[in-house]
Design a protein around this ligand. Structure first.
Ligand SMILES: Cc1ncc(COP(=O)(O)O)c(C=O)c1O
Length: 415
């Protein structure tokens, strides 16, 4: 049990935290507003800053570090592969590619894998796949395809993806926008049904909306989306980039709702917190519409990424991380719910993933994150007054209790 901060880590020499932050402010594009903490090392659920102060990481790089920082099994796989071959491009085969695709396909239950790098690339790939399928298989007239998406979505930052965002800070000023998307309220099956027509090729949703504040849809929503898609011969695309790979207590969040999408998008944790690895999975009758030259990426499916991805798949195959997220997540959710009425107005979530609405009279989510940082916990706010917690799944119960105690203390200080 590690509850004290500031105890063991060596203080590195070099720039002070302030000097690092100043350098970043002068020389890096200001597209983020990070908390003023400068991490120099990390292990398990903990990160250490340049002054030797330790913090419990309750963000896990937006679920990209599900298996903990410096996970020994992932690092061993990466190190071994670094010594052999890292990149040959897709112009040639390499000996990690076939096994990675086969093993991931077995884990997720889809026949074919298309590896990419970032989450946004996986989403773009899913969109291209759905359009091509729509024209070639469904018979939609060329250039007429539409895709139904949900309000409050977050699928990435490319020009096409932000074209169907309703978050002004993500979208405004970046037009002209890509056409072919219809936005309906998340969780509203009637609106989704009304939006589908004979030119609809896909419904694209997050099974649980992460960036929106960990929004869990009504219990029958995804099943009814599945039925809608089946009925109208439309592809159901699930963006599991943040919700997937054990975060919610199952390999895919869709499992909680008993649905199987046609196309599954994975990213973040697939790279083990080491390299960007994303993937699109579908059966051969869908993926088969993409042929040589029609889609690709220099780095997608590289040998290092595949070796790391294989180690992630191996860890998920035992079910251990899913079980941890389920059991410890249940504890996290019930501890957090006890804060309702004491500075918290609502708690949402499944597994080790929680969205906590802070009473706006106490301050913003950012204020709470700054307070938590002073208490040795790193978390991230979203949409003004919501706090998100998504710790690495290697966190233990005393650490969860300690983090919730720090949150209670911060709320008491603000109250
Ligand atoms: C659901 C979802 N899809 C896509 C993305 C984009 O992933 P990336 O930042 O790797 O491009 C994110 C990132 O937060 C996400 O949460």
């Amino acid at each position: 049990m590690i509850l004290a901060i500031n105890d063991t880590a060596p203080v590195p020499t070099g720039f002070s935290a302030d000097a690092h932050i100043e350098l970043a402010e002068q020389h890096a594009a200001q597209t983020y507003a990070p908390l003023p903490v400068v991490v120099s090392s990390a292990r398990g659920s903990w990160v250490t800053d340049v002054d030797g102060t330790r913090y419990l990481d309750c963000l896990a790089a937006y679920s990209a570090v599900n298996f903990g920082h410096s996970n020994p099994e992932i690092l061993a796989a990466a190190r071994e592969q670094l010594e052999k071959v890292t990149l040959v491009s897709r112009a040639f085969h390499h000996d990690q590619f076939g096994p990675f695709c086969a093993e991931l396909s077995t884990l997720v239950g889809k026949e074919v894998v298309l590896p990419m790098n970032t989450g946004a690339e996986a989403v773009e790939t899913g969109i291209k796949l759905a359009r091509k399928w729509g024209y070639e298989v469904k018979g939609v007239p060329d250039g007429q395809a539409n895709i139904v998406v949900a309000g409050g979505n977050f699928h990435g930052r490319t020009t096409t993806i932000i074209s169907f965002s309703d978050d002004d800070s993500a979208r405004a000023g970046f037009g002209p926008y890509t056409p072919g998307f219809r936005t309906v309220p998340y969780g509203d099956i009637g609106a989704a049904t009304a939006a589908v027509d004979e030119h609809t090729v896909a419904v694209l949703v997050e099974p649980i909306q992460g960036e929106a504040g960990v929004i869990v849809p009504p219990a029958d929503y995804l099943r009814r989306i599945r039925d809608l898609c089946t009925h109208h011969r439309v592809l159901f695309i699930a963006d599991e980039i943040q919700s997937g790979l054990a975060r919610t207590g199952t390999t895919l969040a869709c499992e909680h709702f008993g649905v199987v999408p046609d196309v599954i998008l994975l990213g973040k944790a697939l790279g083990g917190g080491v390299v960007p690895v994303s993937a699109v999975l579908a059966d051969a009758d869908i993926m088969g519409v993409l042929r040589p030259g029609q889609h690709g990426s220099t780095f997608g499916g590289n040998a290092l990424a595949c070796a790391v991805g294989r180690s992630v798949v191996r860890m998920l195959s035992t079910g251990e991380f899913q079980e941890r997220a389920r059991v410890l997540g249940h504890h996290l959710q019930s501890r957090l719910r006890r804060l309702i009425g004491s500075g918290v107005t609502e708690v949402r979530g499944i597994g080790m993933w929680a969205g906590i609405d802070i009473d706006p009279s106490l301050g913003t989510g950012r204020t709470v994150c700054e307070g938590l940082m002073r208490h040795g916990v790193l978390a991230k706010d979203t949409h003004g007054s919501t706090l998100r917690l998504a710790p690495p799944l290697v966190i233990d119960q005393p650490e969860i209790d300690w983090a919730v105690d720090q949150l209670a203390a911060v709320l008491a200080e603000l109250g």
